[in-house]
Design a protein around this ligand. Structure first.
Ligand SMILES: [Zn+2]
Length: 495
């Protein structure tokens, strides 16, 4: 063995199990057991030391090596996301060496570590980052779920009751940090994200059927159905929110993570604001009910990146086809983006990553440039915003007044009123005026202050030249929802 090779072997062995020496008489099993106890208690670096020592004491033990790998990934992520690139690279390299010793398969764990290592180097090469825009994310955790009156596709009642665990919240925060890190690296530092997180001690009470499958019903949560309104968390910050990330738990009912643009909830079932980017993540898919799952399921934080790419698609004016990395879409995608080189590895996230990477490096900057020319908003990446492009001009007084007035009305009555208003809107648009009037009036039985019902009835009375009735509706409206957009008409009705 020549000197250089000897050094290389020493370094790789040191990388595999590079940790403080063991006490006399300590066994690999003893160190491993101690590590598991520390992991349960949330002492991750203590656990990492013990697992490293376990595999130093018993180098052939695959379980010890596996846990060593997992903890190096975990601590490597901590280092990377806090800006310590050198430490992160050391830890990810150790994780990678352990992974390669465990298997030669290029599986999703391998890919997750490979990507973390490569992106940490790319992120490091950017130096200190001064993003053109920081996309502001409001994160809401709905702590509890207790479904009421929900039935499945066959009409059978569904119970779903439970509370989210702290390790599930921790896992989600790690996924958000990773998302920021990936976005910064792949936009070459032009775009970043910030997170403002609130754990709301409220209960989600409703879910709606989203898809009927052969043996299961897929649901989507109804975020207006929380026992405490989310309005006070959203309205005051409405012009500082670009996206909302919603987390909830779904014990006993299935929900796919999803993304789209959603209006901000101001008053549930009654008043909503402009659209913001959004992703919603069911915590039962976060596979981190405890620290063991949290550390084990590190590739899973990918889902947050997947969902946020849908926000990227929307914000850049569409990147098609959606899920263009799926086998059935690859040929079409290659036609649309001939320079995209898909990874042929069929493992989860492999092809998908090359798709996101391509678009973040190429399509997104070009689209931001185009949008900037149109909107006049500079620098270009400032167009990766919802709050700048669709601000909400309502003043705080409207929210205060309306919320105070509606506080006396039950959530169920708010919901029933909104259903009737939706039906009334439909009738009105189809010029079924009488029917619309009856439905708006009925809505007021559940919520006598519904601003849109009052407005439509007031306008209807005005058109019928019933000024006394118009006055009645508009005077209530003026008091409970003092918005100039809903002001009484000043001109006489047109025919
Ligand atoms: Zn998707």
């Amino acid at each position: 063995m020549n000197m250089r090779l000897a050094i290389a072997v020493t370094i790789s062995l040191a990388l595999l199990c590079a940790m403080p020496g063991a006490a006399a008489g300590e066994t690999g099993r003893g160190a491993y057991d101690a590590g598991k106890v520390k992991l349960d208690a949330g002492d991750f670096s203590g656990a990492a030391d013990d697992f490293a020592r376990a595999c130093q004491l018993e180098p052939g033990n695959r379980t010890f090596l596996l846990w060593h790998m997992r903890l190096q990934v975990f601590l490597g992520q901590n280092a990377a996301f806090s800006g310590d690139h050198r430490q992160a690279i050391t830890l990810f390299s150790q994780a990678m060496a352990a992974k390669e010793k465990l298997t030669t398969a290029k599986d999703s764990e391998y890919l997750a570590i490979r990507r973390l290592l490569d992106l940490t180097r790319e992120h490091q090469s950017l130096g200190s980052i001064k993003p053109e825009y920081v996309h502001r994310v409001k994160v809401l955790y709905i702590r509890h779920t207790d479904l009421q009156g929900v039935v499945d596709k066959d009409g059978r009642p569904v119970t779903g009751k439970g509370s989210m665990s702290d390790s599930q919240i921790t896992a989600s925060i790690r996924a958000q940090d990773q998302l920021r890190f990936f976005i910064e690296a792949l936009t070459r530092g032009k775009l970043s994200l910030s997170f403002d997180r609130t754990v709301v001690d409220a209960t989600l009470t409703k879910a709606v059927i989203y898809a009927r499958q052969a043996n299961t019903t897929m649901y989507r949560p109804d975020f207006s159905s929380t026992s405490e309104s989310l309005g006070p968390y959203l309205f005051p910050k409405r012009n500082n929110i670009d996206s909302i990330f919603m987390y909830f738990i779904n014990p006993g009912f299935s929900v796919w993570p999803f993304a789209n643009a959603v209006p901000l909830i101001y008053v549930p079932y009654t008043w909503y604001g402009p659209e913001r980017g959004s992703i919603a993540l069911p915590m039962d898919a976060a596979v981190a009910k405890n620290n063991t799952e949290l550390v084990t399921n590190f590739p899973h934080s990918w889902v947050t990146f997947h969902e946020f790419f849908h926000v990227i698609e929307r914000r850049s004016g569409g990147i098609g086809p959606m899920h263009g990395w799926l086998p059935e879409s690859i040929e079409k995608s290659k036609k649309a983006y001939p320079d995209w080189v898909p990874d042929a590895n069929a493992t989860w996230t492999a092809t998908e990553y090359t798709w996101y990477r391509y678009h973040l490096l190429n399509t997104l900057p070009a689209r931001m440039q185009m949008q900037s020319q149109k909107s006049g908003i500079t620098p270009p990446f400032a167009n990766f915003s919802f709050s700048l492009t669709s601000p909400d001009g309502h003043n705080d007084a409207i929210f205060k007044t309306y919320t105070r007035v509606l506080a006396k009305i039950s959530l169920e009555n708010l919901r029933l009123a909104e259903e009737l208003v939706a039906q009334a809107d439909k009738a009105r648009r189809s010029k079924r005026t009488e029917e619309a009037r009856a439905l708006y009036t009925k809505a007021l039985n559940h919520n006598q202050y519904h601003h849109r019902a009052l407005y439509e009835l007031g306008m209807d009375a005005h058109r019928r030249r019933d000024s006394a009735e118009a006055e009645r509706y508009f005077s209530i409206l003026e008091r409970v929802f003092p918005d100039p957009k809903y002001a009484r008409p000043t001109s006489s009705p047109t025919r």
